[in-house]
Design a protein around this ligand. Sequence first.
Ligand SMILES: Nc1ncnc2c1ncn2[C@@H]1O[C@H](COP(=O)(O)OP(=O)(O)OP(=O)(O)O)[C@@H](O)[C@H]1O
Ligand SMILES: [Mg+2]
Length: 364
Amino acid sequence: MSAIDITGLSKSFGPTAVLRDVSLQLQAGEFVAVLGPSGCGKTTLLRCLAGFETPDAGEIRVGGKLVAGPGRQLPPEDRGIGVVFQNYALWPHMTVAQNVGYGLRIAGVPRARRDETVARTLAVVGLQAMADRRPADLSGGQRQRVALARCLAAEAQVVLLDEPLANLDVHLRGAMEQEFADFHARSGATMLYITHDQAEAMALADRVAVMDRGRIVQFAPPQQLFREPQNEMVAGFIGEGRVVAVEDLTPVAPGRAMARFLGQPVALRCTPAERPRPTARIALHPGDLRLGGTEGVPAVVTRTSYRGGHLRAELAAGPARDIALTLNLPLAESGAATVARGQTVRLALADGWVIPEPSSSLSS
Ligand SMILES: Nc1ncnc2c1ncn2[C@@H]1O[C@H](COP(=O)(O)OP(=O)(O)OP(=O)(O)O)[C@@H](O)[C@H]1O
Ligand SMILES: [Mg+2]
């Protein structure tokens, strides 16, 4: 039984279709990120799940129970779902302990049991010492932990998080990422984590659902999104990917193909279903290119930038110099750059993924 089972979900605001036939199944205890550009419908999906929006079509089951569907719309408090918002949504006049125990008090849980639960959940998020503080006297990260403790205290088996780190600075984000991972490991909750930050999604999630204009375009583990993007949107969105054209695509073995890139033969990865095609588009990452000595595709260095342990080079290839590529290069022992702006180099493709044709793409 899936912890969350969404089928055929659609939602429009006026004439605008914001969710289009969204289906998504989460296993119990899974950590899933929903990743996509601003406005693609992520928050609307979360609000439908939590019960703050009524879908136009489709069904949502939580733990096998129908919570939304034709003729049925369970209120948020009956869904067993906890929500952590970007702005924390804590009661400012209550202490940390009162915020965490609020839901239990409303539900009529006796005082002693309530206190015990609050103490236990504050310990889980490491806030025992701050039980008597008010939200105004906490950092952003600590407030976010109070919101997590509140989900735990309510015994939410499903926790939805809507860009919970967006208001935090970059150092705190890294620390909070670890907190979410720890929270997930300790609570065993099923987590649906919404973000438009791909690094966050890739670092945290077992699987990532990439959304584009109201649809889920790929749902896969992070490595697979990176290595085998199903369309150009995913290819360009994940891992600084570039999409370029190749010619004479010829499968040579299951999952392997040859093609020509600017006249040079290249070996590529592809789906086992791939067929010969006169042209195709491939996804490349900065790590897929090498300097190729005297062989390889000529390209002009248009920009270099220092990136800690390596040099990032932007290049322009093709007869019209209109094909933009990115390459990571080791620095010289002295730390100096190994290529310079304006220099012509030769590039070899060490790896690349043939983006499947829409009709043959594996829907997952
Ligand atoms: N209540 C509403 N009424 C009308 N339009 C809405 C409403 N809520 C959302 N929208 C529209 O639906 C689209 C999707 O919004 P949504 O908030 O789901 O996007 P998002 O993916 O969460 O974006 P972001 O990353 O910016 O938070 C947007 O175009 C938004 O303007
Ligand atoms: Mg949003």
